[in-house]
Design a protein around this ligand. Structure first.
Ligand SMILES: Cc1cc2nc3c(=O)[nH]c(=O)nc-3n(C[C@H](O)[C@H](O)[C@H](O)COP(=O)(O)OP(=O)(O)OC[C@H]3O[C@@H](n4cnc5c(N)ncnc54)[C@H](O)[C@@H]3O)c2cc1C
Length: 404
């Protein structure tokens, strides 16, 4: 990507200076022109587009610089971002490694993990090898101990520029979403957010990135043929971890990032955990979810009881969250959590696509619905056509009897 001021059109009106949030523009004398013109400091410019939008004279343009096929040929390998919190690699990284390995096999290349952190972070490297990383790029710096947008963006973008991966996957987490967008701009890559499926085009060998579009009513497959790396974010639990092979070895490549003073303007003072979030749906092995078919907020009691007897967590459809029957922490689906438990019991949930994208990778799905044509039955392993008010308490009672 590049940004240009078209000097013939620029009137020196200074609107762009006011619009630029990064103080990256100044009016300067330019040889051959009687008036001062806008000059952009490319070190400060983030290509945010604010100046382009503000210019009444269409005198500023941002252009994607199309790389030639020879340039693209230099990009090799599949990378995943190994997100860590408090020094522990998060499970989304292992899920990305599992999928990254398949993509790498189709591209006949290797899969690498990018791990940033402070003191003791090297202890996590062995796990990344065990879950399938052929290489680990270790970026060690005190300022990378906890996630901060600017130092992480600087460090990882420099690594990308140096080693040129053809595919880079990140978790669609708070951290991954922030970092991916910044990196994509910094390195001029195409980025597809919240993918639910990834594949390699067998002929063109490019990444096909599938994600819900138009409110989840269609699945769109997106490609980025002219830019590298091809970047995607993927929500936790969309893919499965590869089998862990303890003792598996790989290549460790240490990279010392050079951070500039402007990368260090944000100081992390304290991390406060949201203690109100008591449900960890994404880690639960059993989830019992209630939908509008349960009829009322108070009927979540029967969902809670079934979940309790099974030792599981309580999920919900958006309809019940929107109705105020249960908090949004429980919502499963496109705008809620993506889950993949061993057992998912859907009680009175119709199975609209926005709900299905959040739970269809569960190992066993049991659906209870009084409508035999409800779409949830298309993904269900076992379907019970019946009334939740009869079936759920009966099941809970029987399970209690069996468990004594
Ligand atoms: C952009 C966007 C994002 C969205 N994100 C999400 C999301 O993240 N998660 C999500 O869930 N939805 C999401 N939705 C909403 C989604 O489209 C559906 O509206 C919602 O999932 C419906 O919830 P439901 O299945 O509980 O309700 P309904 O669709 O109303 O289904 C209720 C079901 O209960 C059955 N039923 C009724 N009474 C009984 C009974 N006594 N016993 C047994 N069965 C009974 C009915 O047959 C019916 O199938 C989103 C929508 C949009 C546009």
């Amino acid at each position: 990507m590049g940004i240009n001021v078209l000097l013939d059109k620029c009137t020196g009106c200074t609107l762009c200076i006011k619009a630029c949030p990064f103080q990256a523009i100044e009016m300067k004398e330019v040889e051959g022109f009687p008036r001062k013109k806008a000059v952009i400091d490319l070190d400060k410019c983030t290509l945010c587009n604010a100046c382009v939008a503000s210019c009444k004279f269409t005198a500023i343009e941002i252009k994607a610089e199309k790389e030639t096929s020879t340039d693209l040929f230099h990009y090799k390998g599949v990378w995943i971002f190994a997100e860590q919190r408090e020094g522990k690699v998060q499970s989304v990284a292992y899920e990305l490694l599992g999928e990254g390995k398949k993509l790498a096999a189709d591209l006949k290349t290797d899969v690498s993990a990018v791990l940033c952190g402070g003191e003791n972070i090297e202890e996590e490297v062995a796990n990344l090898f065990a879950y399938g990383a052929d290489k680990v790029y270790l970026l060690h710096h005190d300022e990378l101990k906890d996630y901060k947008s600017l130092p992480y963006t600087r460090a990882v973008s420099e690594l990308i520029t140096k080693h040129k991966p053809e595919v880079f996957l990140l978790g669609a987490t708070t951290m991954g979403r922030d970092l991916a967008a910044r990196l994509a701009i910094r390195v001029g890559a195409g980025l597809t957010a919240d993918c639910t499926g990834l594949a390699i085009d067998p002929e063109k060998k490019i990444l096909q990135q599938t994600r819900p579009a138009f409110g989840g009513n269609i699945m769109a497959t997106i490609i980025a043929p002219n830019n590298r790396p091809q970047m995607s974010t993927v929500r936790p639990k969309v893919f499965r971890k590869a089998e862990k092979q303890a003792g598996r070895k790989g290549e460790l490549i240490k990279f010392n990032p050079i951070l500039n003073p402007e990368d260090l303007v944000v100081k992390l003072i304290e991390i406060l955990k949201d203690e109100s979030v008591k449900v960890n749906l994404q880690e639960a092995e059993i989830i019992v979810s209630g939908g509008r078919g349960i009829g009322d907020a108070k009927n979540f009691t029967m969902i809670n009881e079934l979940a309790k007897v099974l030792g599981g967590a309580v999920g919900a459809s958006r309809a019940t969250v929107d109705a105020g029957w249960i908090s949004a922490h429980h919502q499963v689906g496109q705008t809620g959590k993506t889950v993949a438990p061993k057992l998912y019991i859907a009680c009175g949930i119709s199975g609209k696509i926005q709900h299905l994208v959040g739970m269809q990778s569960s190992d066993i799905i049991v659906a209870i619905n009084k409508d035999a044509d409800a779409p949830i039955f298309k993904v269900a392993t076992y379907g019970i056509v019946g009334d939740v008010h009869e079936f759920v308490p009966l099941l809970t009672r029987k399970l209690k009897e069996i468990r004594g």
